[in-house]
Design a protein around this ligand. Structure first.
Ligand SMILES: *Cc1c(COP(=O)(O)O)cnc(C)c1O
Length: 240
């Protein structure tokens, strides 16, 4: 590991921050789960995190995950948190039980098609670009109803909530409106479509305290648990 502190200590600090934020917001810590984001780290880091008590793990690239997951802890639950290309849906469904990054109708259609064929029953989140940054993945809120109506008619997809990536702000307070907006969209769509959407995937190392205060249930944490990521990628970028 390239940082001094072990995962056990780092995770204990994270849990203390979560407990404080929950106390402030009047929430129960049981509503929140940490996803250990292990991108660029090897299976040894996954094992260390498992031993420290983490059970959920996130990767942002299918290719890298395909090399890492079989070498890691077999009981771990893997979540895809990065952009998914339609030509990688098939391997993605083999690797991940939850896809956080459904960001278009065409992607939802492809996941449903492959799931129907292979018998996978993925849990999905819609990724919403709340802040309206053109560089970020995720659909604008106005584009969501078309995708939602499609998903609600799918036999193989279980839609459980929303995900967002807040823009990086040196002062995490500035991300609060982004998280509040995602929660409001969730509340609105639960009523409008008569569905339960318990999952809000929001909050990263820099801003997870604020995300917890605003209702996050899945925190995607990399750096704060595992230290800074190595610059190089262990797996070449090539398509399946
Ligand atoms: C890398 C990544 C994270 C974790 O980022 P940290 O700042 O290291 O905690 C969370 N979500 C997504 C989508 C990522 O790609």
């Amino acid at each position: 590991m390239e940082h001094e502190e072990g995962v056990v200590e780092a995770y204990a600090k994270v849990q203390a921050v979560i407990a404080e934020a929950c106390a402030k917001a009047g929430r129960s810590v049981d509503e929140i789960e940490v996803i250990g984001v292990t991108k660029t780290h090897g299976p040894d880091v996954v094992r260390e995190a498992w031993d420290a008590g983490l059970r959920l793990f996130g990767e942002n690239k299918v290719q890298e995950a395909a090399a890492k997951i079989p070498e890691s802890v077999s009981q771990a639950e893997w979540h895809l948190i990065g952009h998914l290309q339609r030509n990688k849906v098939r391997p993605a469904l083999e690797l991940f039980s939850v896809i956080h990054s459904v960001d278009s109708l065409r992607l939802a259609e492809q996941i449903e098609r492959v799931a129907e064929e292979t018998g996978h029953r993925p849990q999905i989140l819609l990724e919403i670009n709340v802040a309206g940054e053109s560089s970020k993945d995720g659909m604008r809120p106005e584009a969501a109803p078309e995708v939602i109506e499609y998903i609600l008619g799918c036999r193989n997809l279980t839609w459980t909530g929303l995900m967002t990536m807040a823009p990086f702000c040196p002062d995490p307070e500035q991300t609060r409106p982004v998280f509040a907006k995602l929660r409001n969209l969730r509340d609105t769509w639960e009523k409008e479509y008569g569905v339960g959407l318990p999952r809000l995937s929001m909050g990263m190392s820099n801003d997870y305290r604020v995300a917890v205060e605003e209702g996050a249930t899945w925190l995607r944490l990399g750096t704060v648990l595992f230290g800074h990521r190595p610059k190089w990628r262990p797996v070449a970028e090539e398509s399946f």
